[in-house]
Design a protein around this ligand. Sequence first.
Ligand SMILES: Cc1cc2nc3c(=O)[nH]c(=O)nc-3n(C[C@H](O)[C@H](O)[C@H](O)COP(=O)(O)OP(=O)(O)OC[C@H]3O[C@@H](n4cnc5c(N)ncnc54)[C@H](O)[C@@H]3O)c2cc1C
Length: 436
Amino acid sequence: MSERPKIIVVGGGAAGLELATRLGRKLGKPGRAEVTLIDATRSHVWKPLLHQVAAGTFDPAQHALGYLAHARWNHYRFRLGVMSDLDRVGRKVILAPLYNDKNEELIPSRSFAYDYLIFAVGSVSNDFGVPGVQEHCLMLDTKSQASAFQQQLLEALIRANTQHEPLQEGQLDVAIVGAGATGVELAAQLHQVTRQISQYGFEIIDPDRHVRLHILDAGPRILPALPEKLSGQVQLELEGLGIQVHVSETVTEVTAEGVHTASGQVIPAAIKVWAAGIKGPDFLGKLGLSANRINQLKVNGDLTLEDDDRLYAIGDCAACVMNQQGDLVPPRAQAAHQQASFVAKALERRIKGNSFNKRYIYRDYGSLVTLGRYSTVGSLMGAVTGSVRVSGWIARWVYLSLYKMHQLTLFGWWRTGLTTLARMLRRSIDPAIKLH
Ligand SMILES: Cc1cc2nc3c(=O)[nH]c(=O)nc-3n(C[C@H](O)[C@H](O)[C@H](O)COP(=O)(O)OP(=O)(O)OC[C@H]3O[C@@H](n4cnc5c(N)ncnc54)[C@H](O)[C@@H]3O)c2cc1C
């Protein structure tokens, strides 16, 4: 091992950015290790906010965290690039060449040596090979995809509001495939935004008549992570808003016209969103490491890879068994947060030369779903009380606290307080939705 151990974290999302920050402060600052974060993009937006970016209720240009500045403040190095390969013998991470928007090569392929490497590259939407998804559906895997969605929605609304001919059937309809938290929260956000938009000069559009929102799922009910009663309650609420919920409908094809299902239905929609499941990024399955059929890397109880104890995987890209039935830790921000803090402790001990024999135990604190300004509901897990249903402001507060915990890890109390205050002030002078 080199004199100052080199730790590389690949992926600066919910898990990786928290890990790099903790390691930078604990090991980078006192010079005990050289900590490097690699990410494909230059700034971070917490992924659970992407449906708000898509709907235009969260502006990433104002709130994204720039990696370079954060690295300087937290004693790690940031390197921009997309990991494409791994040299396990030479212990090197290989990055693909990087191109700008004009397809000019910005940075040639390069490699970085590591002593410890942590995969935190998240997940992408799984299209399950359904024809037409890649060509016709939008996805919410990255900030740029969410921003592209917001632009497409805004353009569709502008066109509809200014065209000479009457609005055509389905011209503004949206079909969301996948009735998990992402799909349901997106539908509620879109409902809210399309109602607010008439205040900003879009008088021609009558949202109740012209914007139909559909959610489809192959499963028998929406929000399978929530107790059945709660998911029924949310479905009633969505339907009360006029959102059409189609359960037990397997999507067989997506075309420019709309979404086709196995029962023969065609849901016409101009905008189609795919949020029906996840998989690890494809390159993970090609590195010669043990991975499951959806490219998640198989980890031991201490989150090291089954193949190599210098390699770790955390967050959505890790296949971490959590019980005797072989169920995997779900791809959630709370798991990413917990695993980042577990691996930070493990590495601190290993670098000091101590052993670390603990196993990571996933603590499920419950699931919450917010329907924007309409409501927030969910169930919280108490050690003594078991699962408790919550709604109203308590649910809203707990929902928001997950993001606050992420911010606290990244910025500490003082900066998180200032950031929150700055956001509140901006909200009082900005329009409620992004209109550009
Ligand atoms: C719209 C939406 C809403 C959600 N809401 C919730 C919620 O309410 N509650 C909840 O618990 N979870 C929610 N989730 C899930 C949650 O966002 C994820 O579980 C969590 O972000 C996983 O963290 P991660 O660090 O593994 O991945 P991510 O946060 O996705 O970060 C991955 C990072 O890796 C980088 N990267 C990827 N590939 C490469 C590469 N080859 N080279 C370099 N960098 C790379 C990416 O740029 C990214 O920064 C939601 C997800 C979505 C999409």
